[in-house]
Write a protein that binds this ligand. Structure first.
Ligand SMILES: NC(=O)c1ccc[n+]([C@@H]2O[C@H](COP(=O)([O-])OP(=O)(O)OC[C@H]3O[C@@H](n4cnc5c(N)ncnc54)[C@H](OP(=O)(O)O)[C@@H]3O)[C@@H](O)[C@H]2O)c1
Length: 307
């Protein structure tokens, strides 16, 4: 798969865990992404119990672009009664794959990822199920998400892992070592959350209370103290850099920072409107200079050394 530097993320587009945007806006986001040359859409059954997949399937069909797009979806985590339930058993994987194919209105999934390890199913069982799906042509490539290096080494014994997807941003660097390792093994590395769940765009400058189900409450820790105040300090350096570049959007600085890493193949970016997608895709038209990168690293070391 030769993919664009940005993949469109659809957790928010699915309609749960994020601000709810009107259908027209979510539609505009997908359309704009496709028109800008984004050729990979990342989704999952866990994004509002299949709603994100159904929306993506419908829009790609209406646009008549299924064949030129790559679809990444996942298995092993379901969204049931507002909670995320992990099950990587062969039975669950096979059943979810059939459901995803229906939701996405397609007869093949370009990239099928294990969303999270479930901590109980032997990797041999899950990977064997994925091998079978691949042999049947229902999935074309196999990947894993949120795995440790040790888990990838173990799972990779039973079926080759082609892609590793994990969280990576200026404010979340814990996975860099295993991303580097995965890239060195020849895997494609997808970085999600490069906007820090939106905080690195500079659009949020005051701490807010989010609903308990909101991802900014339960998934990304950037919106709670002490992280929030540290990130606000980092934004000041990003503001300086932006001013020196005629008001370059902060979102582009954050995406550029992540995408420029040699071990990142593509950034998965969630956005629910045309304007935001256009702003985000603009990040790949330019590059941070070594001096700008060094200034950001210095600010990160000063304010966020431990993340
Ligand atoms: N494998 C996994 O376990 C996993 C986990 C998390 C995410 N992911 C994937 O990665 C994708 C991206 O991650 P994410 O969506 O969690 O976080 P993200 O991309 O870092 O941030 C998304 C947030 O940023 C906002 N935003 C986007 N562009 C913006 C802009 N230009 N200006 C201001 N705000 C902007 C979005 O707002 P609106 O939504 O209101 O437009 C949303 O609130 C997900 O959609 C999903 O596909 C995978």
């Amino acid at each position: 798969m030769t993919v664009s530097e940005m993949a469109l993320g659809t957790w928010g587009i699915g309609g749960a865990g994020w601000d709810e945007r009107p259908e027209e806006s979510r539609l505009g986001a997908i359309r704009a992404a496709v028109e800008q040359g984004v050729n990979l859409i990342d989704t999952a059954p866990a994004y509002n119990a299949g709603a994100a997949e159904r929306f993506v399937g419908r829009v790609l069909e209406e646009m008549g672009v299924r064949q030129k797009m790559f679809i990444a979806t996942k298995c092993g985590t379901e969204f049931i009664n507002g909670g995320y339930v992990r099950d990587c058993s062969a039975a669950a994987v096979i059943r979810e794959c059939e459901e995803s194919l229906r939701n996405l209105r397609t007869d093949y999934i370009d990239l099928y990822l294990i969303h999270w390890p479930d901590g109980k199913t032997p990797f041999a069982e899950t990977m064997d199920a994925l091998s079978r799906l691949k042999q049947q042509g229902k999935i074309l490539h196999v990947g894993v998400s949120n795995f440790t290096r040790e888990q990838m080494e173990e799972a990779g014994k039973f079926c080759p892992i082609e892609v590793y997807q994990t969280q990576h941003s200026m404010v979340f660097r814990n996975n860099e070592e295993q991303m580097r390792w995965a890239a060195a093994q020849g895997m494609g590395v997808m970085a999600y959350g490069a906007l820090g769940g939106g905080i690195l765009t500079g659009a949020i400058r005051e701490r807010r209370e989010y609903a308990p189900s909101d991802s900014r409450n339960r998934f990304y820790r950037h919106f709670q103290e002490p992280m929030f105040s540290k990130i606000m300090e980092l934004l000041k350096e990003m503001d300086r850099l932006s001013s020196a570049r005629d008001g370059l959007p902060l979102s582009q600085i954050a995406l550029n920072w992540s995408a420029q890493k040699a071990f990142v193949s593509c950034c998965v970016v969630g956005a629910q409107s045309e304007n935001r997608v256009l702003e985000n895709t603009g990040a790949f038209d330019w590059s941070l200079t070594p001096e700008e990168d060094a200034a950001l690293e210095e600010a990160l070391a000063r304010h966020l050394a431990e993340v």
